[in-house]
Design a protein around this ligand. Sequence first.
Ligand code: GAL
Length: 445
Amino acid sequence: MRRQSMSQIVVSLAAVACCAAACSKSKEPAKQPPQEAVKEPAKEPPKEPPKEAAKDQVEVFSWWTGAGEQEGLDAMIADFKAKNPTIEVVNAAVSGGAGTNAKAILANRLQAGNPPDSYQRHAGLELADDIKAGKVEDLSKLYEAQGWKDKLPKGLLEAITIDGKIYSVPVNIHRANLIWFTPKTLQALGIAGPPKTWKEFLTQAKAIKAKGKTALAIGPAWTQKHLLETVLLGELGPDKYTGLWNGKTDWKSAEVIAALNTFKQVLEASDIKSAAADWQPAADRVIDGAAVYTVMGDWLDAYWGRAKKLAFKTDYDVAASPGTAGVYDFLSDSFTLPVGAKHHAAAEKWLIECGSVEGQDLFNPQKGSVPARTDADKAKYQGYLATALKDWQDPATKIIGSLAHGVVANNALSSEIDTALGIFVASGDSAGFAAAVAKAYAATK
Ligand code: GAL
């Protein structure tokens, strides 16, 4: 992961903290009312209702509104409320997978100087943009006070640190490179198991089409980007995939173009012409049996396993996406303390919840992710999550970062890729896409 040097962090709380009371007090001496000749009997001042202690609050911003996402957040909020009964939680979640809508709204709020008290950001270059723009506070002191530094994996800490300062609190680790299916459909189609390579997927896809089904269910643009990342990873391998983000792999090279051609074929085997509105309805098509596979991160385990109450292994199953066995394409949801947060102390308390063992062990089993902390209670992670935790902690696992979920590309590059990908999906011009990304990479690094 590229390390970003940061020249400026503007942490000017003083400028933001305008004391309303002080501002409204006039400095002029109070004028005396004119003396009246005849004094009226003194009236009793009207009795004011007893004042209740003002309730503190914390506004938490995320995109976890949907089935399989909201439950995790709710579990952590409930624990927070039990520990902080005087703080009201304002859940400002905005719907839309991968934060497609939430990120736009957040950008406007940050621009207008009206940040929530804490917002969700992916660890990695997505967060680095906010750090460099001076939008989030250095949390190093909180880390020291809570003893968090020893409780998080070193690589993850690096993804949220710039110039020795730490800027967010990771709640989880998600895995992006997964292909999901139902054993029932595979059996009915006579397919022995999920494809181990994209070539095998394309062979299976032909047979699946002949039987009147769709090989792959897909959703909106961000799910196509998610698929692109897994195809590039599967075709190029982890080192060359990482090279795409550190300049060592040439986007215009023959092998990258070949991988992009594979992606094109994979898309052709999908239902992109009638793509689902989001990742949950795409996943529904697999459960309905209309489609055989979907490529999605492990938040899908929460959707099927918890929200839909399906049984892992019997009702649904999962494998590493083709060509990526032994690789963990990771992303991490983390929470920040924005500069200018209105409820600073309450926001710190929220972050303490996010970084706590209890908070993480309540959140992650519901969310379909493994804990960011290394000392969480393993027994709480069952079914798919037991294998995820084992793979995540296995020293032989190769860990690389997600494109679609903020780890390896900064926001400028990511949005150039979105534009180029939209054109690529419509035109099928692999070389054109590679050239556009190569240019954007050079311009934004
Ligand atoms: C990711 C996020 C996950 C999950 C997913 C689908 O970007 O990190 O926690 O919410 O989007 O919405």
